[in-house]
Design a protein around this ligand. Structure first.
Ligand code: HEM
Length: 335
């Protein structure tokens, strides 16, 4: 398979070992493009530097809690986490590969990765961003986006290159436009998160429903202006989370936004009109405590690590390449 051929032997075997060890159904379709997972991780490292950290979402905060499914969840999916309450491990993060990026940065999407612990070594992951879209439709487009941003001899990226790439690839500007037009999250607990791709839920009777997952904060969204951000310390999210958790759980409702005929299913830059789509509450994540970073760093939150009853998109080229890229990043950060 070209995917495996494109990987260094160590990363490929790591990836296969992980899939075997996870014991849950992984739905990573084969990827056969020129922008290999390794090239993408190299691209991230070239833009952000290699820091002995994740190639993207390098800065983050590990937490733990529980997930309680709603009564409606099992009508859509037979996944174990939708039939009984399970423990969760979570990681909030700042997009990009700079481990020192300030929590006040406007252009970085925030991340929320969740591992549902299904017991006996099994798990199911949900990896989300604070924007409803990703910035690239294909791995080739992502690689081009990164290559345009690599710093030149003067230590700065060439703005003309960036402009030319954006003009030729207008879909890659949607995420940054979204971030520029929305408040900066004033807390990791104060923003919604989307899993961006389209997933298929299958219930015990075999009925399938296509959904986009969205996590909505129970306290509502809390944003800040650029001026308010200036008054905050660059690492204030950690203290904010500690204070919130001391007062009680930090909770997010997990929604399945149900797709309709014609809704794009393979393009992570495409957004559905959520307001006019049915949305089903699948359950609530209650984060209850900070967890040691080591617990999150020891694993990969893998978007294709999914319990039976949830499957990823079959023809989304970005989804196809993520697991292998994450395994390469993990092999580099744990060297
Ligand atoms: C081809 C496209 C993508 C590539 C190459 C890529 C690459 C990476 C890499 C290398 C990591 C670090 C993995 C690790 O060391 O454990 C990462 C983390 C992450 N990515 Fe992506 N990514 C892609 C698409 C996406 C998309 C579409 C989303 C939207 C949901 C996303 C959200 C995240 C989040 C939230 C994390 C942090 C996970 C954690 O906290 O451990 N990524 N990504």
């Amino acid at each position: 398979m070209k995917l495996i051929a494109a990987l260094p032997a160590r990363a490929a075997s790591l990836s296969l070992a992980l899939m075997a060890a996870m014991g849950t159904i992984t739905t990573t379709p084969a990827y056969s493009g020129d922008a290999s997972p390794e090239a993408l991780v190299n691209g991230l490292n070239a833009v952000f530097g290699q820091h002995n950290a994740r190639a993207s979402h390098a800065k983050g905060l590990c937490v733990k809690g529980t997930f309680m499914p709603s009564a409606d969840a099992r009508s859509l999916s037979k996944a174990a986490q939708f039939t009984a309450s399970v423990p969760v491990l979570g990681r909030f993060s700042m997009g990009g590969g700079n481990p020192k990026v300030p929590d006040t940065a406007r252009p970085a999407p925030r991340g929320l990765a969740v591992r549902f612990d299904l017991g006996t070594g099994k798990s199911s992951d949900l990896v989300m961003l604070s924007t409803p879209m990703f910035f690239a439709k294909t791995p080739e487009q992502m690689l081009g986006f990164l290559q345009a941003r690599v710093a030149g001899a003067d230590g700065k990226p060439d703005q003309e290159k960036i402009k030319a790439f954006a003009a030729a690839n207008p879909d890659t500007t949607k995420q940054s436009a979204w971030l520029a037009s929305h408040p900066i999250p004033a807390s990791y607990a104060g923003t919604s998160y989307w899993a961006v791709h389209v997933f298929t839920l299958t219930n015990a009777e075999g009925a399938a429903t296509i959904v986009k997952f969205k996590a909505v904060p129970q306290t509502g969204e809390v944003g800040m202006t650029d001026d308010e951000a200036k008054a905050k310390s660059p690492d204030f999210y950690g203290e904010d989370m500690k204070q919130r958790l001391a007062a009680g759980p930090v909770s997010f409702d997990i929604l399945g936004i149900v797709g309709e005929k014609g809704d794009p299913a393979d393009d992570p830059t495409a957004v559905w009109p959520e307001e006019s789509r049915r949305s089903v509450k699948l359950g609530t994540i209650a984060m209850t405590a900070i967890e040691a970073d080591a617990a999150c760093d020891a694993i990969i939150f893998d978007p294709a690590n999914l319990a039976a009853g949830i499957s990823g998109p079959a023809n989304d080229a970005i989804f196809a390449v993520r697991s292998a890229a994450y395994a390469i990043s993990q092999s580099r950060r744990t060297k």
